[in-house]
Design a protein around this ligand. Structure first.
Ligand code: PEP
Ligand code: MN
Length: 345
Protein backbone atom coordinates (compact mmCIF):
# COMPACT_ATOMS: atom_id res chain seq x y z
CA UNK A 1 0.00 0.00 0.00
CA UNK A 2 1.07 3.55 -0.49
CA UNK A 3 -0.18 6.51 1.46
CA UNK A 4 -0.06 9.70 -0.60
CA UNK A 5 0.05 12.88 1.50
CA UNK A 6 -1.39 16.15 0.26
CA UNK A 7 0.93 18.79 -1.17
CA UNK A 8 2.86 20.73 1.43
CA UNK A 9 2.56 18.15 4.22
CA UNK A 10 4.67 18.94 7.26
CA UNK A 11 7.29 16.86 9.06
CA UNK A 12 4.86 16.48 12.00
CA UNK A 13 2.12 15.15 9.72
CA UNK A 14 4.50 12.66 8.12
CA UNK A 15 5.58 11.63 11.61
CA UNK A 16 1.98 11.14 12.71
CA UNK A 17 1.17 8.81 9.81
CA UNK A 18 4.43 6.99 10.31
CA UNK A 19 3.74 6.44 14.02
CA UNK A 20 0.23 5.14 13.37
CA UNK A 21 1.50 2.73 10.74
CA UNK A 22 4.39 1.49 12.86
CA UNK A 23 2.04 0.93 15.81
CA UNK A 24 -0.07 -1.32 13.58
CA UNK A 25 3.02 -3.34 12.70
CA UNK A 26 3.77 -1.79 9.30
CA UNK A 27 7.25 -1.20 7.96
CA UNK A 28 7.29 2.36 6.65
CA UNK A 29 9.35 3.61 3.69
CA UNK A 30 9.40 7.26 2.78
CA UNK A 31 9.57 8.63 -0.75
CA UNK A 32 9.82 12.40 -0.74
CA UNK A 33 9.27 13.96 -4.16
CA UNK A 34 9.54 17.64 -4.95
CA UNK A 35 5.79 18.09 -4.61
CA UNK A 36 4.46 15.13 -2.69
CA UNK A 37 5.36 12.71 0.03
CA UNK A 38 4.52 9.08 -0.57
CA UNK A 39 4.74 6.54 2.22
CA UNK A 40 5.13 2.88 1.45
CA UNK A 41 3.45 0.73 4.10
CA UNK A 42 4.44 -2.92 4.03
CA UNK A 43 2.36 -5.13 6.27
CA UNK A 44 -1.09 -6.59 6.76
CA UNK A 45 -3.45 -4.80 4.36
CA UNK A 46 -6.58 -5.44 6.40
CA UNK A 47 -5.11 -3.50 9.32
CA UNK A 48 -4.47 -0.52 7.05
CA UNK A 49 -8.14 -0.37 6.13
CA UNK A 50 -9.00 -0.37 9.84
CA UNK A 51 -6.64 2.58 10.38
CA UNK A 52 -8.74 4.72 8.01
CA UNK A 53 -5.88 7.08 7.19
CA UNK A 54 -7.93 8.78 4.49
CA UNK A 55 -9.90 10.40 7.30
CA UNK A 56 -6.85 12.51 8.16
CA UNK A 57 -7.12 15.93 6.46
CA UNK A 58 -3.55 15.88 5.15
CA UNK A 59 -3.80 12.41 3.58
CA UNK A 60 -4.74 12.52 -0.09
CA UNK A 61 -5.30 8.83 -0.72
CA UNK A 62 -4.36 5.30 0.23
CA UNK A 63 -3.68 3.10 -2.79
CA UNK A 64 -2.93 -0.61 -2.87
CA UNK A 65 0.08 -1.70 -4.93
CA UNK A 66 -1.17 -4.90 -6.49
CA UNK A 67 2.19 -6.02 -7.93
CA UNK A 68 4.40 -8.04 -5.55
CA UNK A 69 7.17 -5.46 -5.84
CA UNK A 70 6.32 -2.33 -3.90
CA UNK A 71 9.28 -0.01 -3.25
CA UNK A 72 10.70 -0.73 -6.69
CA UNK A 73 7.43 0.24 -8.37
CA UNK A 74 6.63 3.55 -10.06
CA UNK A 75 3.64 3.97 -7.76
CA UNK A 76 5.95 4.29 -4.75
CA UNK A 77 8.22 6.81 -6.51
CA UNK A 78 6.54 8.38 -9.56
CA UNK A 79 9.61 10.36 -10.66
CA UNK A 80 12.76 8.67 -12.01
CA UNK A 81 15.16 7.88 -9.20
CA UNK A 82 18.49 9.58 -9.54
CA UNK A 83 21.37 7.69 -8.00
CA UNK A 84 24.10 10.00 -6.75
CA UNK A 85 27.55 8.47 -6.82
CA UNK A 86 30.43 10.77 -5.96
CA UNK A 87 29.79 13.79 -8.13
CA UNK A 88 27.92 11.81 -10.79
CA UNK A 89 24.21 11.15 -11.18
CA UNK A 90 22.72 8.12 -12.88
CA UNK A 91 19.11 8.18 -13.98
CA UNK A 92 18.99 11.81 -15.10
CA UNK A 93 19.69 13.30 -18.48
CA UNK A 94 23.29 12.08 -18.56
CA UNK A 95 24.18 8.68 -19.86
CA UNK A 96 27.13 7.03 -18.12
CA UNK A 97 29.51 4.52 -19.59
CA UNK A 98 31.26 2.12 -17.22
CA UNK A 99 34.21 0.42 -18.86
CA UNK A 100 37.18 -1.76 -18.07
CA UNK A 101 38.36 -5.33 -18.14
CA UNK A 102 36.31 -8.32 -17.10
CA UNK A 103 38.88 -9.07 -14.39
CA UNK A 104 41.55 -7.01 -12.69
CA UNK A 105 44.64 -8.91 -13.84
CA UNK A 106 47.52 -6.66 -12.69
CA UNK A 107 48.25 -3.15 -11.45
CA UNK A 108 49.65 -2.04 -14.81
CA UNK A 109 46.70 -3.49 -16.69
CA UNK A 110 44.09 -1.69 -14.61
CA UNK A 111 45.96 1.64 -14.54
CA UNK A 112 46.48 1.62 -18.31
CA UNK A 113 42.92 0.60 -19.05
CA UNK A 114 41.56 3.23 -16.68
CA UNK A 115 43.55 5.94 -18.44
CA UNK A 116 42.38 4.77 -21.86
CA UNK A 117 38.69 4.51 -21.05
CA UNK A 118 38.73 7.84 -19.23
CA UNK A 119 40.25 9.55 -22.26
CA UNK A 120 37.57 8.01 -24.44
CA UNK A 121 34.79 9.35 -22.18
CA UNK A 122 33.92 6.68 -19.60
CA UNK A 123 32.98 7.91 -16.12
CA UNK A 124 33.24 4.60 -14.26
CA UNK A 125 35.94 1.95 -14.22
CA UNK A 126 34.75 -1.65 -14.07
CA UNK A 127 36.86 -4.68 -13.18
CA UNK A 128 36.25 -7.83 -11.19
CA UNK A 129 38.48 -8.57 -8.21
CA UNK A 130 36.27 -11.49 -7.17
CA UNK A 131 35.29 -13.53 -10.23
CA UNK A 132 32.36 -15.96 -10.33
CA UNK A 133 33.74 -18.60 -12.72
CA UNK A 134 31.96 -21.59 -14.18
CA UNK A 135 35.06 -23.71 -13.58
CA UNK A 136 36.77 -23.90 -10.19
CA UNK A 137 40.07 -24.20 -12.11
CA UNK A 138 39.68 -20.79 -13.81
CA UNK A 139 41.22 -17.58 -12.44
CA UNK A 140 39.17 -16.51 -9.41
CA UNK A 141 40.37 -12.91 -9.12
CA UNK A 142 43.05 -10.92 -7.27
CA UNK A 143 40.63 -10.23 -4.40
CA UNK A 144 41.77 -7.43 -2.06
CA UNK A 145 44.91 -6.75 -4.09
CA UNK A 146 42.64 -6.15 -7.10
CA UNK A 147 40.45 -3.81 -5.06
CA UNK A 148 43.53 -1.78 -4.12
CA UNK A 149 44.50 -1.40 -7.78
CA UNK A 150 40.98 -0.23 -8.63
CA UNK A 151 41.13 2.36 -5.84
CA UNK A 152 44.53 3.54 -7.07
CA UNK A 153 43.13 3.87 -10.60
CA UNK A 154 40.30 6.02 -9.19
CA UNK A 155 42.85 8.26 -7.46
CA UNK A 156 44.79 8.69 -10.68
CA UNK A 157 41.91 9.18 -13.12
CA UNK A 158 38.86 10.42 -11.21
CA UNK A 159 36.84 7.51 -12.54
CA UNK A 160 34.41 5.97 -10.07
CA UNK A 161 34.83 2.26 -9.39
CA UNK A 162 32.29 -0.49 -9.88
CA UNK A 163 33.21 -4.04 -8.94
CA UNK A 164 31.43 -7.29 -8.18
CA UNK A 165 30.89 -8.81 -4.76
CA UNK A 166 30.12 -12.53 -4.81
CA UNK A 167 30.06 -13.43 -1.13
CA UNK A 168 28.07 -11.87 1.72
CA UNK A 169 31.19 -12.11 3.91
CA UNK A 170 33.09 -9.75 1.57
CA UNK A 171 30.50 -6.98 1.31
CA UNK A 172 32.10 -4.60 3.82
CA UNK A 173 35.56 -5.18 2.32
CA UNK A 174 34.36 -4.45 -1.23
CA UNK A 175 32.35 -1.45 -0.02
CA UNK A 176 35.53 0.03 1.51
CA UNK A 177 37.08 0.30 -1.96
CA UNK A 178 34.22 0.49 -4.47
CA UNK A 179 31.79 3.27 -5.35
CA UNK A 180 29.21 0.82 -6.71
CA UNK A 181 28.79 -2.85 -5.78
CA UNK A 182 27.83 -5.16 -8.60
CA UNK A 183 25.65 -8.18 -7.96
CA UNK A 184 26.41 -10.59 -10.77
CA UNK A 185 23.89 -12.50 -12.82
CA UNK A 186 24.62 -15.76 -11.01
CA UNK A 187 23.86 -14.14 -7.66
CA UNK A 188 20.69 -12.24 -8.53
CA UNK A 189 18.67 -14.46 -6.21
CA UNK A 190 21.31 -14.94 -3.54
CA UNK A 191 19.02 -13.42 -0.94
CA UNK A 192 21.62 -13.46 1.86
CA UNK A 193 23.93 -11.41 -0.37
CA UNK A 194 21.10 -9.04 -1.34
CA UNK A 195 20.26 -8.43 2.34
CA UNK A 196 23.92 -7.76 3.06
CA UNK A 197 24.38 -5.21 0.24
CA UNK A 198 21.19 -3.56 1.45
CA UNK A 199 23.18 -2.57 4.56
CA UNK A 200 26.43 -1.49 2.88
CA UNK A 201 25.58 2.18 2.26
CA UNK A 202 26.81 2.05 -1.36
CA UNK A 203 24.82 1.98 -4.61
CA UNK A 204 24.20 -1.44 -6.10
CA UNK A 205 24.10 -2.56 -9.74
CA UNK A 206 21.81 -5.59 -9.86
CA UNK A 207 22.40 -7.77 -12.91
CA UNK A 208 19.61 -9.87 -14.30
CA UNK A 209 19.91 -13.61 -13.71
CA UNK A 210 20.36 -15.54 -16.99
CA UNK A 211 16.94 -17.15 -16.58
CA UNK A 212 15.16 -14.61 -14.41
CA UNK A 213 11.82 -13.12 -15.36
CA UNK A 214 11.29 -9.39 -15.09
CA UNK A 215 9.23 -9.93 -11.94
CA UNK A 216 11.86 -12.11 -10.25
CA UNK A 217 14.46 -9.48 -11.07
CA UNK A 218 12.32 -6.69 -9.63
CA UNK A 219 11.71 -8.77 -6.51
CA UNK A 220 15.47 -9.14 -6.09
CA UNK A 221 15.74 -5.33 -6.21
CA UNK A 222 12.90 -5.17 -3.68
CA UNK A 223 15.09 -7.13 -1.22
CA UNK A 224 17.75 -4.44 -1.43
CA UNK A 225 15.29 -1.56 -1.09
CA UNK A 226 13.39 -3.26 1.70
CA UNK A 227 16.71 -3.60 3.51
CA UNK A 228 17.01 0.20 3.43
CA UNK A 229 19.21 0.77 0.38
CA UNK A 230 17.31 2.76 -2.25
CA UNK A 231 20.34 3.23 -4.49
CA UNK A 232 19.68 0.37 -6.88
CA UNK A 233 20.25 0.15 -10.64
CA UNK A 234 19.11 -2.65 -12.89
CA UNK A 235 21.52 -4.16 -15.40
CA UNK A 236 20.32 -6.27 -18.32
CA UNK A 237 23.15 -8.56 -19.45
CA UNK A 238 21.36 -11.05 -21.63
CA UNK A 239 19.35 -14.13 -20.89
CA UNK A 240 19.67 -17.75 -21.89
CA UNK A 241 17.60 -18.68 -24.92
CA UNK A 242 17.83 -21.35 -27.65
CA UNK A 243 20.10 -19.05 -29.67
CA UNK A 244 23.70 -20.22 -29.53
CA UNK A 245 25.44 -17.82 -31.92
CA UNK A 246 25.43 -15.17 -29.21
CA UNK A 247 26.53 -15.99 -25.65
CA UNK A 248 23.25 -14.63 -24.29
CA UNK A 249 20.24 -12.92 -25.84
CA UNK A 250 20.31 -9.23 -24.94
CA UNK A 251 16.74 -8.37 -24.00
CA UNK A 252 16.54 -4.67 -24.77
CA UNK A 253 12.78 -4.63 -24.28
CA UNK A 254 13.62 -4.59 -20.55
CA UNK A 255 14.68 -0.94 -20.83
CA UNK A 256 11.22 0.49 -21.61
CA UNK A 257 9.54 -2.27 -19.58
CA UNK A 258 11.51 -1.37 -16.45
CA UNK A 259 11.10 2.33 -17.05
CA UNK A 260 7.34 1.81 -17.18
CA UNK A 261 7.13 -0.35 -14.05
CA UNK A 262 9.94 1.07 -11.93
CA UNK A 263 11.63 4.35 -11.07
CA UNK A 264 15.13 2.83 -10.90
CA UNK A 265 17.78 3.44 -13.60
CA UNK A 266 18.55 0.78 -16.21
CA UNK A 267 22.07 -0.04 -17.43
CA UNK A 268 22.81 -2.31 -20.38
CA UNK A 269 25.75 -4.68 -20.67
CA UNK A 270 26.22 -5.41 -24.38
CA UNK A 271 29.45 -7.35 -23.67
CA UNK A 272 27.96 -10.24 -21.68
CA UNK A 273 24.71 -9.68 -23.55
CA UNK A 274 26.28 -10.79 -26.84
CA UNK A 275 29.63 -12.45 -26.05
CA UNK A 276 31.09 -11.04 -29.27
CA UNK A 277 33.08 -7.80 -29.48
CA UNK A 278 31.78 -6.86 -32.92
CA UNK A 279 28.19 -6.85 -31.63
CA UNK A 280 28.97 -4.57 -28.68
CA UNK A 281 29.03 -1.23 -30.52
CA UNK A 282 25.73 -1.73 -32.44
CA UNK A 283 23.94 -3.08 -29.36
CA UNK A 284 25.26 -0.20 -27.25
CA UNK A 285 23.65 2.22 -29.72
CA UNK A 286 20.42 0.25 -29.66
CA UNK A 287 20.45 0.32 -25.86
CA UNK A 288 20.72 4.11 -25.77
CA UNK A 289 18.02 4.44 -28.41
CA UNK A 290 15.78 2.30 -26.19
CA UNK A 291 16.35 4.75 -23.32
CA UNK A 292 19.07 3.08 -21.22
CA UNK A 293 20.60 5.25 -18.49
CA UNK A 294 24.05 3.81 -19.00
CA UNK A 295 26.23 1.05 -20.35
CA UNK A 296 28.78 -1.30 -18.85
CA UNK A 297 31.34 -2.48 -21.38
CA UNK A 298 34.39 -4.74 -21.24
CA UNK A 299 37.65 -3.26 -22.56
CA UNK A 300 41.04 -4.98 -22.72
CA UNK A 301 44.35 -3.89 -24.29
CA UNK A 302 45.02 -7.43 -25.51
CA UNK A 303 41.70 -9.28 -25.72
CA UNK A 304 43.45 -12.40 -27.03
CA UNK A 305 45.45 -12.59 -23.79
CA UNK A 306 42.62 -11.67 -21.37
CA UNK A 307 42.15 -14.16 -18.52
CA UNK A 308 38.39 -13.95 -19.04
CA UNK A 309 35.90 -12.70 -21.62
CA UNK A 310 38.46 -11.65 -24.24
CA UNK A 311 36.07 -12.52 -27.08
CA UNK A 312 33.60 -9.87 -25.97
CA UNK A 313 36.16 -7.22 -25.01
CA UNK A 314 36.76 -4.11 -27.09
CA UNK A 315 40.29 -2.83 -27.55
CA UNK A 316 40.76 0.75 -26.27
CA UNK A 317 40.87 1.90 -29.91
CA UNK A 318 37.52 0.28 -30.72
CA UNK A 319 36.09 1.61 -27.49
CA UNK A 320 37.12 5.13 -28.50
CA UNK A 321 35.39 4.76 -31.86
CA UNK A 322 32.24 3.54 -30.13
CA UNK A 323 32.28 6.43 -27.64
CA UNK A 324 32.55 9.01 -30.42
CA UNK A 325 29.50 7.46 -32.03
CA UNK A 326 27.60 7.36 -28.73
CA UNK A 327 28.34 11.04 -28.14
CA UNK A 328 26.58 11.86 -31.42
CA UNK A 329 23.70 9.56 -30.63
CA UNK A 330 23.13 10.96 -27.13
CA UNK A 331 22.81 14.49 -28.47
CA UNK A 332 20.28 13.29 -31.06
CA UNK A 333 18.38 11.72 -28.15
CA UNK A 334 18.47 14.99 -26.20
CA UNK A 335 20.79 13.52 -23.62
CA UNK A 336 24.52 13.80 -23.09
CA UNK A 337 27.37 11.58 -22.02
CA UNK A 338 28.56 11.91 -18.44
CA UNK A 339 31.94 13.51 -17.86
CA UNK A 340 34.61 12.97 -15.28
CA UNK A 341 34.84 15.94 -12.95
CA UNK A 342 37.44 18.45 -14.15
CA UNK A 343 38.94 18.61 -10.65
CA UNK A 344 40.50 15.17 -10.70
CA UNK A 345 42.59 13.03 -13.02
C1 PEP B 1 31.09 -9.52 -15.22
O1 PEP B 1 30.56 -8.39 -15.19
O2 PEP B 1 32.26 -9.71 -15.56
C2 PEP B 1 30.21 -10.69 -14.98
C3 PEP B 1 30.69 -11.80 -14.46
O3 PEP B 1 28.94 -10.46 -15.38
P1 PEP B 1 27.61 -11.37 -15.28
O4 PEP B 1 27.35 -11.51 -13.81
O5 PEP B 1 26.60 -10.58 -16.02
O6 PEP B 1 27.93 -12.69 -15.95
MN1 MN C 1 33.07 -10.62 -17.83
Amino acid sequence: MIVVLKMGSTVEQIEEVSTRLTEEGFKVHLSQGVERTIMGAIGDRTRLEALDLEALPFVDKVVPILAPYKLVSREFHPADSIIRIGDQEIGGSRVHVMAGPCAVESRDQILETAQAVREAGATFLRGGAFKPRTSPYSFQGLEEEGLRYLAEAREKTGLLVITEVIDARDVSLVAEYADVLQIGARNMQNFILLKEVAKCGKPVLLKRGPSATLEEWMMAAEYIMDGGNYQVMFCERGIRTFESYTRNTLDLSMVPALHALSHLPVIIDPSHGTGKWHLVHPMAKAALAAGADGLIVEVHHHPEKAVSDGKQSLTPERFKVMMADLAKLTSALDRELGEVSKRVG
